[in-house]
Design a protein around this ligand. Structure first.
Ligand SMILES: Nc1ncnc2c1ncn2[C@@H]1O[C@H](COP(=O)(O)OP(=O)(O)O)[C@@H](O)[C@H]1O
Ligand SMILES: [Mg+2]
Length: 351
């Protein structure tokens, strides 16, 4: 009898009708159970129309039924159940002129989420896309430093915010408008609400993709943003420690809850390259991120090593991909960007 993992792998052949992406990548497969009586595949309906769902169910039955040793296949479909808060939330809006929005999330701070966001944004730009970068991590103003933004933001006559341009990226942070006197109530979900409004008041112009550096964590504040903004996909940044990896599950769940496909997991600070001998040293056990991504059915985008140039560049407002585009780690970010861009080639979300 095939194992649940083998069945899950097989289910990747089922494309979401009208898309090149498969139902596993869309987060539609909730569970696969194998018992003597037969195999049960639990799907979540996301926003699919009934006729689309019926086609998917037929294909799942056919493909699993054709596996050697697969006895009987049951497919159960549950309606995606938004949380109570999600039901009350307003409909997701698109940002005019912005083709796609990708959110970069992490379970906690300090894993390199902003470092990945800025270098990924630059790498996507090097592939020819028009990219914007929004720092939604108001209380960790690292991004402003990383892109070397120090000046004030301009306003159009209609009082819309004009983003700064840095290294060819259009960049804005609500942090630029927050100072020491800003009231403490500007925290958590409240800030998240303001942030998503803020996003719509920026004169982005035409963008192929806006990269959103979410605040660290996968709680209500992050959920609020993902609910309000029409996202094309999410990226999860983690480090190889067990605890950080655990958070990846929460990240995947958060995006699944709002029906957003996870474009992949990036493992940062995966290993250390010795400056003298060039050998790679693992600091934590290797391969955890890739294994977990496989288990959760989301793409693994790559392992970024610990390199001092990543931090030094960030501190000087010269991110690595802009400062040293031929550095092996810059090439690595370009490979991650290619995988993201290929996935985003599709329309924003299933209808
Ligand atoms: N791969 C890396 N190699 C070296 N330093 C890194 C790497 N990734 C992040 N850093 C450094 O670690 C610190 C935290 O990274 P940051 O991107 O600000 O994390 P987060 O946004 O998750 O809080 C920063 O000083 C950054 O320059
Ligand atoms: Mg950050």
């Amino acid at each position: 009898m095939p194992t649940p993992q083998e069945i899950l792998d097989e289910l990747r052949k089922v494309k979401y009708p009208g898309f090149t992406r498969d139902i596993v990548a869309f987060g539609m497969v909730k569970d696969v159970q194998v018992a003597h009586r037969g195999t049960t595949v639990l799907l979540t309906a996301l926003s699919a129309k009934p006729e689309v769902m019926a086609r998917i169910v037929e294909e799942v039955k056919a493909i699993v039924g054709a596996m050697p040793g697969a006895p009987r296949v049951d497919v159960e479909v549950e309606q995606a159940r938004p949380r109570a808060a999600a039901q009350a939330a307003p409909a997701k809006s698109a940002v005019p002129g912005v083709q796609r929005i990708v959110a970069v999330a992490s379970g906690k701070g300090g894993v390199g989420k902003s470092t990945v966001a800025v270098n990924l944004a630059l790498a996507m730009r090097s592939l020819g896309w028009r990219i914007g970068l929004m720092d939604a991590d108001v209380y960790g103003p690292s991004l402003a430093m990383m892109v070397g933004a120090g000046e004030t933001v301009g306003l159009t006559p209609e009082r819309r915010i004009v983003p700064l341009t840095r290294h060819g990226l259009r960049y804005v942070s609500m942090g630029l408008f927050i100072n020491d006197q800003t009231p403490v109530i500007w925290r958590g979900p409240m800030v998240a609400k303001l942030e998503s409004e803020f996003l719509f008041n920026v004169e982005w112009g035409e963008l192929d993709c806006l990269v959103l550096d979410l605040p660290p964590g996968t709680g209500d504040a992050q959920l609020t943003i993902t609910q309000r903004v029409a996202l094309s996909g999410g990226i999860i940044v983690t480090t190889p420690q067990e605890l950080a990896l655990l958070d990846v599950r929460r990240g995947v769940q958060m995006f699944a809850q709002v029906g957003v496909a996870v474009l992949g997991v990036v493992e940062n600070m995966s290993y250390y390259v010795c400056r003298r001998c060039g050998a790679r040293h693992a600091i934590f056990s290797r391969g955890g991120g890739a294994r977990l991504a496989r288990e959760l059915g989301v793409p693994f985008l790559g392992e970024v090593p610990l390199v001092s140039q990543l931090r030094e560049g960030a501190d000087q407002g010269r991110p690595l991909v802009a400062a040293a585009p031929n550095h092996p780690v810059a090439e690595l970010f370009k490979s991650i960007a290619r995988q993201v861009v290929v996935q985003l080639g599709d329309p924003a979300s299933p209808s």
